[in-house]
Design a binder for this molecule. Structure first.
Ligand SMILES: *Cc1c(COP(=O)(O)O)cnc(C)c1O
Length: 463
């Protein structure tokens, strides 16, 4: 299988190289040239498979033999072995014909473990095979950092450096990252905000001459194709559990960088019967404005109680646009150039294409807190703030009440206690395996927002 860039200029890559590449050289994102397509008969033959077995069916066409079937199966088994629930992605009913898909059973309590546990093991496999060492560098506003560290801590061929904004992530989020004391794991608390962290990472990817000879940077954010690919699986899993593919299922997805919901769109294109795909946003609503009114313009970034969705430039949206523009890389390059000035307008055809596939809704903090309280009142089920936005979006824009609605639960409520307290509810307990989190020793380095300082630190700590 060949992977091509959304901007049409960069060379096509095979699976292993695409995993080790961040942005394409033309600034675009990689996508498979063609998608596998599964018939209803084939999908229904997967009913009852364990999550790991299903993951192999969905993922193997993308890997296309570059990793042997036995190795790929072993990688998948290992990736989900650390999950606390044997169903990996259990469904919980929250109302008539409405479910949440609990994607927070992994080691760091957010859905990012689905992709990053897998990515760490894929990296390990490819790097060992090639006898190659790489440096992972990433910026985090909270969830990605801990999931990436958990995914890479056991990889001998990786040194991982995660930048977070000093004193601007929650205590739980910081502890989850900084209490991993492995030799190859380095946390940098940058004296700056998340954008400063991200800019420093971007700049370092652009010019990697500070690294020792033979080393390269590798990306763990959701521009990495393998992350999206791993997330396609749970759409199939939820559908099969609720009677698919013989009936349609709808999904509501709390959205930031558009990675998670894009995986749902791919599942649909691969043959899974999906009725609605709902993009749920917080007050940072650029995607909602784009989908509802073709208004894709930047506004000031607001800090919300659902911080993992506080994003203005949603990188994976470019992957959807590539599809909506009929794989016209030049058109995407032009559109992204327009967006640099602050806004872009989709062509009539592309806008129609997007609105045919997606519905959207926006919720601010006050409305979100009410939903947490309301759902708890009626079911004693506690939603995290991101998930709550998805649940209310589903209730607001749902079209067919006979179609099961699945809301993706992206984090465990204990991770975001501020919103829970605002809802007037008691702070939920951390799961058992993490109950000693606040007693664990921490290690991190506070550094100035200065690229030479950060790069020097990285160079000195590469093993
Ligand atoms: C990352 C994250 C999101 C947003 O996911 P995207 O793939 O960026 O759209 C939503 N909720 C939580 C808890 C997250 O960590």
């Amino acid at each position: 299988m060949k992977y091509i860039s959304t901007r049409g200029e960069a060379p096509a890559l095979n699976f292993e190289d695409v995993v080790l590449t961040g942005l394409a050289s033309d600034g675009g994102l990689y996508l498979p040239e063609t998608l596998p397509n599964f018939s209803k008969e084939e999908i229904s033959s997967w009913a009852g498979l364990r999550y790991e077995e299903l993951a192999f069916k969905v993922i193997s066409p993308f890997v296309d033999g570059e990793i042997s079937d036995d190795d790929l199966k072993a990688i998948i088994e290992k990736s989900y072995a650390s999950f606390r629930h044997t169903a990996i992605a259990p469904l919980v009913q929250t109302d008539h014909n409405e479910w949440v898909l609990e994607l927070f059973q992994g080691p760091t309590l957010a859905f990012k473990d689905f992709a990053l546990q897998f990515l760490g093991n894929i990296f390990d496999h490819i790097l060992k095979k090639r006898d190659q060492k790489v440096v992972v560098m990433g910026a985090t506003s909270g969830d990605t950092g801990s999931a990436a560290i958990e995914g890479c801590r056991h990889c001998d061929n990786i040194d991982i450096f995660i930048l977070h904004p000093h004193q601007r992530v929650s205590d739980v989020q910081r502890k989850q990252m900084t209490s991993v004391l492995a030799d190859n794991v380095h946390n940098i608390a940058l004296e700056g905000n998340f954008d400063d962290c991200q800019n420093m990472v971007k700049e370092s990817f652009r010019d990697q001459s500070f690294l020792p000879d033979g080393r390269q940077l590798v990306a763990v954010n959701s521009i990495n194709w393998a992350r999206i690919m791993a997330q396609v699986v749970y759409y199939f899993y939820a559908s099969l559990a609720l009677g698919g593919p013989h009936r349609k299922i709808s999904f509501s997805v709390p959205t930031g960088n558009f990675g998670d919901i894009f995986a749902g769109f791919l599942a649909k294109k691969m043959g899974l019967p999906i009725d609605q795909l709902i993009v749920a946003t917080n007050a940072n609503d650029i995607l909602h404005r784009c989908i509802s009114a073709n208004d894709h313009s930047k506004k000031e970034l607001l800090h919300s109680l659902s911080p993992s969705m506080d994003i203005m430039v949603s990188s994976n949206f470019e992957r959807l646009l590539f599809d909506a523009y009929g794989s016209d890389g030049a058109a995407i390059a032009q559109l992204m150039e327009d967006f640099k000035s602050g806004s872009m307008v989709l062509s009539d055809d592309a806008f129609k294409n997007v609105t045919e596939n997606f519905d959207s809704y926006r919720l601010d903090d006050d409305a979100m807190v009410k939903i947490i309280a309301d759902v708890f009142d009626k079911t004693e089920y506690l939603l995290d703030p991101h998930t709550a936005i998805g649940v209310e979006a589903a209730r607001q824009v749902r079209k067919n009440h006979d179609v099961p609605m699945v809301c993706l639960a992206t984090a465990h409520p204990a991770k975001f206690d501020e919103a829970i307290a605002k809802a007037g509810l008691q702070h939920p307990q951390l799961p058992h395996h993490m109950s000693d989190l606040f007693e664990r020793e921490e290690r991190y380095q506070v550094l100035n927002d200065d690229i030479a300082t950060v790069q020097k630190f990285i160079k000195e700590n590469i093993r």
